[in-house]
Design a protein around this ligand. Structure first.
Ligand SMILES: NC(=O)c1ccc[n+]([C@@H]2O[C@H](COP(=O)([O-])OP(=O)(O)OC[C@H]3O[C@@H](n4cnc5c(N)ncnc54)[C@H](O)[C@@H]3O)[C@@H](O)[C@H]2O)c1
Length: 245
């Protein structure tokens, strides 16, 4: 018996990193997973995995989000993963950086939840997970101005949805990782003028001595997606190896 047997789970940003690890972990536990991403080619690597169906989705496009929700009769768990990390202080964050980040990291979750919630409410059952970060209202992190602002908004959105619909069978939680070793993190390190120093900078803040793996975050996601967490809602789930201690 899988821990997610019979559950239908939709998630975004499943082509790589945490989203991909979560899609695989959900399927392994018996869920029927609809794995979406804007990067169709990379997403296709999941095709053929038992329990996973892939679908191209740009979470910033309202028509695409609404079409996906309309085409699915029942969704038990919606996991909003897509997000982008902009580096810089407020002075290094131009208006287009600000708009791009808030659009992808926050407005996309607004669109997804508005599209998927009505059918959950009709069944008086639904579980929403949002990807936030420790870099948010939890911890001030240098050079992450708009990113932290967007992830603090995700925490606010999570609590708001949890509070508004708790009596109608809806749970809503967010996940707040520290530093997770994903392809995009490696790319961000490589893009630095001195990648070796960049890697050291990331390692210095790992109080547990190493970065988190995407699979470790996926383990938390499985718990939150399952009925094992049935009394858990409106909470920030920190998985940061003690970074925010
Ligand atoms: N990696 C970390 O250290 C870390 C830490 C805390 C929080 N997070 C958050 O976790 C989430 C995933 O991060 P990651 O590092 O695993 O992922 P990643 O950056 O490696 O991958 C992101 C995925 O999102 C997809 N994507 C980008 N724009 C999209 C769009 N408009 N519509 C749909 N998909 C789109 C990309 O194609 C890619 O597959 C993000 O929200 C990120 O902010 C990551």
């Amino acid at each position: 018996m899988g821990r997610l047997d019979g559950k239908v789970i939709v998630l975004s940003a499943a082509a790589q990193g945490i989203g991909r690890a979560a899609a695989l972990a959900f399927a392994k536990e018996g869920a029927q997973v609809i794995a979406t991403d804007i990067n169709e080619e990379k997403l296709k690597e999941l095709d053929g995995t038992a329990g996973i169906r892939t679908k191209k989705l740009d979470v910033t496009k309202q028509n695409e989000v609404e079409a996906l929700a309309a085409g699915l009769e029942r969704v038990d768990v919606l996991f909003n993963v897509a997000g982008f990390v902009h580096h810089g202080t407020i002075l290094e964050c131009g208006e287009s950086d600000w708009d791009f980040t808030m659009n992808l990291n926050v407005r996309s979750m607004y669109l997804m939840i508005r599209a998927f919630l009505p059918k959950m409410l009709a069944r008086r059952s639904g579980n929403i997970l949002n990807m936030a970060s420790v870099a948010s209202s939890i911890k001030g992190v240098v050079n992450r101005c708009v990113y932290s602002t967007s992830k603090a908004a995700v925490i606010g959105l999570t609590k708001s949805v949890a509070a508004d619909f708790i009596e109608q069978g809806i749970r809503c939680n967010c996940i707040c990782p520290g530093t997770v070793d994903t392809p995009s993190l490696r790319e961000r390190i490589q893009a630095r003028p001195d990648p070796e120093q960049g890697f050291k900078d990331f390692m210095v803040r790992q109080r547990i001595g190493r970065m988190c793996t995407a699979e470790e975050v996926a383990n938390l996601c499985v718990y939150l997606a399952s009925d094992e967490s049935s009394y858990v809602t409106g909470a920030e789930h920190i998985i940061d190896g003690g970074w925010s201690l």
